[in-house]
Design a protein around this ligand. Structure first.
Ligand code: ADP
Ligand code: MG
Length: 712
C-alpha cells in the first residue's frame, strides 16, 4: 500500500466511518431489520457448520444481555472460533438480517470486552469506527488494531508542522489531536475538523512548493527575443487561413513574454482543434530569427511526426532547418523556398545531434527522446511541450537542464483545467486560453447509437465513405480475451487518460462485468468490418503494439485518402490531425471518460465539412447514460470536464494516484475558497521567510511532498 514508515501509516486516513457509537439493547436490535446496530452481551452458545454443498463454513454464536438474545453468523471465517469463547463478553456491530431460522446479525464486526478494565475504550465497535481502503490481507480491522496503539504511544509527540499563527487564525486542531480524531473521532464534527486541517495543510504545501518554484524561476536568466512584427505579419499572411482573434491574442502574449530576459512559464490552453500548433510555431519562428533554437516535445511518436510535417509545411517559406528525433528515427528537413528537399530525409543520430550542437538545426521536434542524454542544443531559447499534462514536472525540469540558459517554456494542453486547479497544480504557470474555434468549423453532430440502430449507422458511414470521407472506429481493446490483460498498453499501465474506466466501480455494479466481456476488440472488429460489414471498403487497423514505422505509414495513407476506415485503439486519442476524417465511431463509449471521448471527437470536425461522432453503447447504467448524454449536449471540453466532475466527483476524474495527492486533499482541490485561502497564506509566509528558515518541520514536509507529487 506504499506504506513504509509509521508516518505513512498514520497518514493512511480512513476513506469513511461507520457509526457504531450507539450500543443498544438486544431486544431493540431485533426490531431493526436491515439496519446496522451495535450490541453487547455474553456469549452463551457457539458452534460451526460446514455446508459441503456450497463449500461454506458458518460460525454461529448466540449472545445475550438483560433484554434478550440474538444470533450472529459469520461466513467462511472459521478462525473466529479461536477468539470467541463461551462466557466471554463481546460487542458486535453489523447488519440485522432475517434468515430461515429467524433474526440474526450478519458477519458483524466483533470485539472482546475485557470485563476487568473499567471504561474499556473500544476500537472496532461501540464508537465511530474508521473504514480504510483495504488491500488483500490488510483489513480495516487490522489497521485499527495496529494504528491505535501507535497513536496512544505517540500521544502529543508528533511535531506540529503548521505555524502557530496559522493554526490560531483558522482555528485548526493541533496535529496530535487531528491525527487522533481523523482515525478515532469522538464525533463526526471532530472527524471533519481533522480532515479540514489536513486538506488545508496538503494544499498549503502544494502552494508553497509551486510559489517557491516560481520565485526560483524569476531569478533565472533567459535569452530575450525581441518581437519582429514584420516577420510575424509575413507569417500570418503565409497561412492558408486567418488566425482567430484568440489565437492572435495568445501569440501576442507569448511573444511579449519572449522579449523579457526572465524565463517564460506559460500554459496555452485551447480546446481540441482550436489551433495551438500554429500559435507555438509562430512564436518559434520569431525565436529562430532572433538567433535562438526551439525544442518541440510531443507525447507520442505519431504526434511528433505529425508536428514535424505540419511545422515543416508552415515554415516552408522561412528558410528554417527542422529536425526530428524519436527513439529510432532521425530526420532533417533543411527548408528553403528554393530547394525542394525531401522532408523525410533520414540521417544518423550522430549527425543530427552534431548539427543540433553546432546550431545548424533551428527547431528540433521529438518525443521525450528530446530530453535524453546527449541531446545538446547550442542555444536553446524556447521549449514547447505539447499536451503538457502527459509530462511530469521533473521532465519539464530536465528540458531546462539541457541548456546553459533557462529557456522560455510553453506548455500546451487541451485538457480543461478548472480555475482551482490552475491556481494550485499549475500555480507556477501563466495561462493563455484560445477561447474560440476556427470559424470554418461546423458543430460535430454527436449521437448515442443503440444496438438496434447499428445497421443504420453503418449505412450512413458507407454513404459518407463513398463521398471520400475518412472514418475512425475506436475500440477499447486490441484482442478479445476473457481477461483484462489485453487492454491497450496505454490503459493497462493506467496512463491513458486518468479517466479511462470510472474508478468508482463497486461490487454492486457487477452488471458492468458483462460489458467488460463485451468489449469490442480492435482485431476482431477489424475482421468483422472488413469481411462482413464493408467488404468493399478499404479498412486498416492501428494499435499501440505496432511498430512506429507501420503506424506512421498507416496514418499517412489514411490522411492521403488511401484508407477509408481506421479501426484503432486509443492511440489516436491526442492531437492526431486528419482533416478528411469526418466520422468518429466509438465502441463501448461508456468505458471512456468524458475528456477522453471529447479528445476522440476532436479527431474529426477539422475541416469545413459536417462531421459526426457516434457513441455505441450497450450499457443501461444510468450514470453512464448521463455521461454520454452530456457528450451529445455539450461540445466544449471545459463544460464537459465540469459535468464529469459533477457526475463522478473529483477523485475519479483526476485520479489521485495520477498526481500523488491523497484522496482527502483531492476534494479540497476543487474548493475555490480553500484553494485561495491556502494560496494567500503561502504567499504571506514566503514573503516573510522565503527559505522557510524558521519553519524546519514545514520545510521537511515540503521536501517529502515534492518527492511524492508529480503533476501531469
Ligand atoms: P490543437 O489545438 O488541437 O492542437 P491543431 O493545432 O492541430 O489543433 O489545429 C487543428 C487544425 O486546425 C489544423 O489542421 C490547423 O491547420 C487548423 N487551423 C488552425 N488554426 C486555424 C484557423 N485560424 N482557421 C482555420 N483552420 C485552422
Ligand atoms: Mg495539438
Amino acid at each position: 500500500m506504499s506504506i513504509s514508515t509509521v508516518a505513512d501509516l498514520l497518514y493512511h486516513f480512513p476513506s469513511r466511518y461507520e457509526d457504531f457509537s450507539d450500543v443498544i439493547e438486544i431486544a431493540n436490535a431485533r426490531k431493526q431489520l436491515g439496519q446496522n446496530v451495535c450490541v453487547q452481551g455474553e456469549i452463551t452458545e457457539i458452534g460451526s457448520i460446514n455446508t459441503f454443498k456450497k463449500f461454506m463454513n458458518i460460525v454461529e454464536v448466540t449472545i445475550q444481555d438483560n433484554s434478550g438474545q440474538i444470533k450472529a453468523l459469520w461466513f467462511n471465517q472459521p478462525f473466529l472460533l479461536k477468539s470467541l469463547k463461551e462466557g466471554s463478553f463481546v460487542c458486535l456491530a453489523g447488519k440485522v438480517a432475517l434468515g430461515k431460522e429467524g433474526i440474526y446479525l450478519s458477519n458483524p464486526i466483533h470485539e472482546i470486552i475485557n470485563q476487568d478494565v473499567e471504561n474499556n475504550e473500544l476500537t472496532h465497535t461501540g464508537r465511530i469506527i474508521p473504514i480504510y481502503s483495504e488491500t488483500r490481507g490488510i483489513t480495516s480491522r487490522w489497521l485499527r488494531y495496529i494504528i491505535k496503539p501507535i497513536l496512544t504511544i505517540l500521544e502529543n509527540q508528533i511535531p506540529e508542522s503548521l505555524p502557530n499563527d496559522i493554526l490560531k487564525k483558522h482555528k485548526f486542531l493541533s496535529i496530535n489531536e487531528a491525527i487522533w480524531q481523523v482515525h478515532f473521532p469522538e464525533s463526526f464534527e471532530y472527524a471533519d475538523a481533522a480532515k479540514a486541517r489536513f486538506s488545508f495543510e496538503e494544499l498549503f504545501l502544494i502552494q508553497l512548493s509551486v510559489l517557491k518554484e516560481k520565485n526560483r524561476l524569476m531569478e533565472k536568466y533567459a535569452p530575450a527575443f525581441p518581437m519582429d512584427a514584420e516577420l510575424m505579419k509575413q507569417f500570418t499572411e503565409s497561412l492558408p487561413f486567418q488566425l482567430t482573434d484568440s489565437q492572435k491574442k495568445c501569440a501576442f502574449a507569448i511573444l511579449k513574454d519572449l522579449e523579457k530576459p526572465v524565463p517564460m512559464s506559460r500554459l496555452l490552453q485551447g480546446d481540441v482543434g482550436s489551433g495551438k500548433t500554429v500559435v507555438a510555431t509562430m512564436a518559434g519562428l520569431n525565436v529562430i530569427k532572433k538567433g535562438g533554437q526551439v525544442a518541440f516535445m510531443a507525447p507520442t511518436e505519431i504526434l511528433a511526426k505529425q508536428h514535424f510535417k505540419t511545422i515543416t509545411k508552415l515554415l516552408k517559406d522561412f528558410d528554417v532547418s527542422i529536425g526530428l528525433i524519436t527513439s529510432k528515427n532521425y530526420r532533417i528537413c533543411k527548408n528553403s523556398s528554393t530547394s525542394d528537399v525531401d522532408p523525410n530525409f533520414e540521417v544518423s543520430r550522430k549527425s543530427l545531434l552534431g548539427d543540433l550542437e553546432n546550431g545548424q538545426i533551428d527547431i528540433l521536434i521529438g518525443t521525450h527522446s528530446i530530453i535524453q542524454k546527449g541531446v545538446e542544443f547550442k542555444n536553446l531559447g524556447f521549449a514547447v511541450v505539447d499536451e503538457q499534462h502527459r509530462f511530469g514536472v521533473d521532465q519539464r525540469a530536465k528540458l531546462f537542464q539541457t541548456s546553459k540558459l533557462t529557456p522560455h517554456l510553453l506548455s500546451m494542453t487541451a485538457t480543461p483545467i478548472p480555475r482551482t486547479l490552475a491556481l494550485t497544480v499549475y500555480g507556477d504557470l501563466d495561462v493563455s486560453l484560445i477561447s474560440e474555434m476556427p470559424k470554418n468549423r461546423k458543430k460535430i453532430k454527436t449521437v448515442i447509437v443503440e444496438p438496434s440502430e447499428r445497421s443504420k449507422a453503418y449505412e450512413f458511414i458507407e454513404k459518407e465513405v463513398k463521398q471520400g470521407k475518412g472514418v475512425f472506429v475506436i475500440c477499447p481493446k486490441i484482442e478479445s480475451k476473457k481477461t483484462n490483460e489485453n487492454l491497450t498498453p496505454e490503459v493497462s499501465r493506467g496512463r491513458a487518460s486518468p479517466d479511462f474506466v470510472p474508478q468508482n466501480y463497486n461490487i454492486k455494479s457487477l452488471s458492468s462485468l458483462s460489458i467488460v466481456n463485451d468489449v469490442k476488440a480492435v482485431k476482431e472488429e477489424y475482421e468483422r468490418l472488413s469481411k462482413e460489414v464493408f467488404p468493399d471498403l478499404r479498412i486498416t487497423m492501428l494499435h499501440g503494439k505496432m511498430k512506429a514505422e507501420e503506424k506512421e505509414r498507416i496514418m499517412l495513407d489514411f490522411a492521403k485518402g488511401e484508407i477509408d476506415i481506421l479501426v484503432s485503439t486509443s492511440v489516436v486519442e491526442v492531437g492526431v490531425d486528419v482533416p478528411r476524417a469526418t466520422i468518429m465511431m466509438i465502441e463501448g463509449a461508456e468505458r471512456f471518460g468524458l475528456s477522453q471521448l471529447h479528445q476522440f471527437r476532436g479527431r474529426v470536425g477539422r475541416s469545413d465539412a459536417q462531421s459526426y461522432c457516434f457513441l455505441f453503447t450497450t450499457s443501461p447504467d444510468q450514470l453512464n447514460r448521463k455521461r454520454l448524454k452530456a457528450m451529445v449536449e455539450l461540445d466544449n471540453g471545459f463544460k464537459l470536464a465540469e459535468k464529469d466532475l459533477e457526475i463522478r466527483g473529483p477523485g475519479s476524474l483526476y485520479g489521485s494516484q495520477q498526481w500523488g495527492i491523497p484522496d482527502f486533499a483531492m476534494e479540497g482541490l476543487f474548493n475555490i475558497f480553500l484553494v485561495e485561502k491556502t494560496r494567500t497564506t503561502a504567499k504571506e509566509l514566503l514573503e516573510k521567510d522565503p527559505e522557510l528558515k524558521d519553519y524546519p518541520i514545514l520545510k521537511e514536509k515540503l521536501k517529502s511532498l515534492e518527492k511524492r507529487i508529480h503533476f501531469e
